[in-house]
Design a protein around this ligand. Structure first.
Ligand SMILES: Nc1ncnc2c1ncn2[C@@H]1O[C@H](COP(=O)(O)OP(=O)(O)OP(=O)(O)O)[C@@H](O)[C@H]1O
Length: 271
């Protein structure tokens, strides 16, 4: 069966409250309290079978929100997400229960994905071998380093053979040997025609691994196309962005949001 991911005008809104009491008041008087914050706004794109897409954008652009939406960890506020095939998220500590051991987490995730006990017994050694975290596999996840969590998350996700794989910064932690092992596995997936979303701050890795790029900026799609089209534009942007002071970088997102809101106001005015 072929698989794809279709986002149609997807928005994820969060409410921000200055005080906890405002949060309570908002339950009693909906929309009277708190400030709307759009982590993603009006996102539309299609990813087909075999697409390997690098999701790029500066801190806070909305990359992790997008990966959580694709994998169903969070629901959209509005718009529709159509996922054909089984998506699996690889993110540091994603879906791992801190109180359970590594082994128990493997069982839990596999059960949630519909595997039976026999299938889990067969998968278990492969996953443990890939994670390669030694005796820690029988320790609670709360005692793991972020590298170990990433190893376990990656090992579970790739060994359950999903159709759609979302890799959220998994390769930014861990040693080179593990990174190489992950890249090998990802290349294997690529050859099998899986759909892969690769969320990364490393332009080098995106260029090496992906054919397409989805550039998010302040919660919207700035551009979506081939690596050849998008990366030179993004590199130009990043060069200027990095030349800003930390304070200016922080203000940048606000400036983009203000400009966008002004443009929308202008567009909605009658001629
Ligand atoms: N649960 C939440 N409540 C409120 N705001 C949130 C929540 N989750 C994310 N956000 C906000 O949404 C925006 C997008 O966050 P997201 O983590 O998706 O960005 P990102 O591109 O993955 O950033 P980074 O590269 O730093 O990981 C940020 O401004 C973040 O503060």
């Amino acid at each position: 069966m072929s698989h794809s991911v279709i986002f149609d005008k997807v928005t994820k809104k969060y409410k921000m409250y200055a005080k906890n009491s405002e949060k309570l008041l908002d339950i009693i008087f909906p929309d009277g309290y708190g400030e709307n914050f759009y982590a993603l706004q009006n996102i539309s794109f299609t990813a087909d079978q075999g697409d390997v897409i690098g999701v790029i954008g500066v801190n806070g652009a909305g990359k992790s929100t997008l990966s959580n939406l694709i994998t169903g960890v969070i629901p959209p506020t509005s718009g529709t997400i159509e996922i054909k095939g089984q998506a699996s998220l690889i993110a540091i500590a994603s879906g791992l229960n801190n109180e359970l051991t590594g082994r128990e987490n493997i069982e839990l995730k596999c059960l949630m994905l519909g595997f039976n006990k026999k299938e889990i017994r067969e998968l278990m050694p492969e996953i443990i071998d890939f994670a390669d975290i030694g005796k820690f596999i029988d320790q609670p996840v709360k005692s793991y380093s972020s590298g170990m969590k990433s190893r376990l998350g990656f090992a579970i996700s790739v060994n359950i053979d999903p159709d759609i794989l979302v890799i959220d910064e998994a390769l930014s932690v861990g040693d080179q040997t593990f990174t190489d092992k992950c890249l090998d596995k990802m290349n294997e997936f690529k050859e099998k025609g899986k759909t892969i979303f690769f969320i990364s701050h490393s332009i080098g890795q995106v260029k090496k691994f992906c054919q397409k790029a989805l550039w998010l900026e302040a919660g919207e799609v700035k551009a979506y196309g081939t690596i050849k089209e998008i990366i030179p534009q993004y590199e130009k942007f990043l060069k200027e962005f990095k030349a800003l002071s930390k304070e200016e970088q922080k203000n940048f997102k606000q400036l983009v949001l203000e400009k966008r809101s002004k443009l929308r106001e202008y567009e909605s005015q009658p001629n």
